[in-house]
Ligand binder design. Structure first.
Ligand code: FAD
Length: 455
């Protein structure tokens, strides 16, 4: 028995010992969920610390086998050593391969490579009813293989995964293209993604940053062995801040590793709220703590203690509602979404990421249409509540807007859907069938309860 097989068997045995009716939660050192709740005494925490390693990288087949709780940071380091990287690497270093499968993952290669889980070939799963099984696209558990994405650990846990890889070069050369309005930006996204190139130069990556209605940029990246013009690669892990460079520079170059983690150092721009972008504080802030998991822990502490809410109260300011969401709308509806968003919500900056599914038949629990180009829009901040507005007002508005524009919303953060809306959006009939097959006793929570009710 290999070390991995022993760890998987041990997990299964410990799961079997959890008394019937007791809720289970993964005990992981990090999380990128934005639903904060306290662990009740009745929740059994399942230690998965022995399931966070890269098991094998095969440079010839360009695949890797990793344990379910392996962070992308560890995964990327192991593959870069072979001149390879996963087809899609979500931006935050501590997102795990299993978490990105269960909660979906996206990045600037998604216009060509789809969602992160779409390059998974095989998944070993501890199912809700306690079996250890292997699911692939075409074996007897193909329904589970297709149903795990967007199931958030409610059907079973991914214990190991085999994942496709792509070759890399030493650098990623960037171009930042400015756009004066959302409509022209959306049009450019559609054209560049259709052609896979811009002005005759192929692209490997594309994402965008909206600073306000009149200022948005698309950032195009392409692998290169030589830094253009022999210039030195930029470093945004120190005093310089990546998102600010987008407004300042039209061209740039980063090492491939720095490109992959360009958003992690400042948690996109969210480190701003913690003071980490103030020049004095930044100099004092130790390099190793300039990373998204550190900021998230600080935010989690603040949410638990209610510190910033109390300060707002003392200052006589209205309460704020956290609005931390990723949604996607078809590219042709992007301008409408952004117009309404600027008017009704008003958060900036906003992240854009084009995505087209790779899988021709789609994924049942997150019904994006295959062959259709969507744009993921990410916004992570808080918005003041008006007089008499209940908590949830702004998130509710986003849910309505997304529904009106034929889009979808990720479930890693707060959701306010009614049961009926939720199951209409996330394919209730398919989920019911999967639950019957893989967790008939309901040992794991129901998706609606986990993502909405237990907010
Ligand atoms: C501010 C912010 C920005 C974000 N931006 C992006 C983004 O740009 N791109 C992107 O791709 N994602 C983004 N995310 C979302 C993130 O990818 C998802 O929340 C993802 O599920 C987190 O993975 P994790 O490994 O940290 O899992 P956790 O946070 O630990 O868990 C997430 C969920 O998945 C379940 N789960 C975890 N591991 C497993 C497993 N092995 N098997 C089955 N279920 C499991 C858990 O039970 C839980 O319900 C963002 C999140 C935040 C908070």
């Amino acid at each position: 028995m290999t070390v991995h097989q022993a760890a998987a068997a041990d997990l299964r045995a410990r799961y079997a010992r959890v008394p019937e009716g007791q809720r289970v939660r993964l005990a992981k050192p990090t999380s990128n969920l934005f639903r904060f709740r306290s662990d009740g005494a009745r929740i059994a925490r399942l230690d998965v610390g022995a399931l966070d390693q890269v098991l094998e990288v095969d440079p010839v087949a360009r695949t890797a086998k990793v344990q379910g709780m392996t962070t992308y940071e560890r995964f990327v380091d192991a593959t870069l050593a072979h001149g390879l990287m996963p087809m899609v690497v979500p931006q935050l270093k501590t997102i795990t391969v299993g978490g990105a499968l269960a909660g979906l993952g996206i990045e600037s290669s998604s216009f060509a490579n789809g969602l992160a889980h779409e390059s998974v070939i095989e998944i070993e799963v501890l199912t809700g009813d306690g079996r250890l099984i292997t699911a692939t696209r075409d074996n007897e558990h193909a329904d589970l293989f297709r149903g795990l994405p967007n199931s958030y650990g409610t059907l079973g846990y991914a214990v190991s995964l085999t994942v496709e890889l792509q070759p890399v070069k030493r650098y990623v050369a960037l171009r930042h293209l400015p756009f004066p309005d959302a409509a022209s930006c959306a049009e450019a996204i559609a054209t560049i993604c259709r052609d896979g190139s811009y002005e005759g130069t192929p692209i490997d990556f594309i994402d965008g940053t909206v600073f306000d209605a009149g200022e948005q940029y698309l950032t195009l990246g392409r692998f290169t062995d030589e830094a253009p013009g022999g210039r030195a690669a930029s470093d945004y892990t120190g005093q310089q801040i990546y998102y600010r460079s987008i407004q300042r520079l039209r061209e740039d170059v980063l090492t491939t590793r720095d490109y992959i983690w360009r958003w992690d150092t400042d948690w996109f721009w969210c480190s701003r709220a913690l003071g980490a972008q103030h020049p004095v504080i930044r100099r004092l802030w130790p390099d190793r703590y300039r990373r998204s998991d550190v900021y998230r822990k600080l935010v989690a502490l603040d949410r638990r203690r209610g510190f910033s809410g109390r300060v707002r109260g003392w200052q006589g300011l209205p309460p704020e509602e956290p609005v931390i969401q990723d949604i996607e709308v078809p590219v042709e509806r992007l301008a409408e979404f952004l117009d309404a968003f600027h008017r009704d919500i008003g958060i900036s900056p906003v992240w854009l990421c084009p995505v087209k599914l790779r899988e021709p038949s789609g994924w049942p629990l997150y019904p994006m249409e295959p062959d259709r180009l969507y744009v993921n829009v990410g916004f992570w901040s808080a918005v003041a509540l008006g007089e008499g507005q209940p908590m949830g007002t702004h998130n509710r508005r986003i849910e309505e807007l997304v529904a009106d524009l034929d889009g979808h919303k990720s479930l890693y953060s707060d959701s306010y859907y009614t049961v009926e809306e939720f199951w209409q959006n996330y394919n209730g009939p398919a989920y019911t069938e999967l639950k019957k097959s893989y967790d008939p006793g309901g040992r794991l929570p129901d998706l609606y309860d986990k993502c909405v009710r237990e907010r």
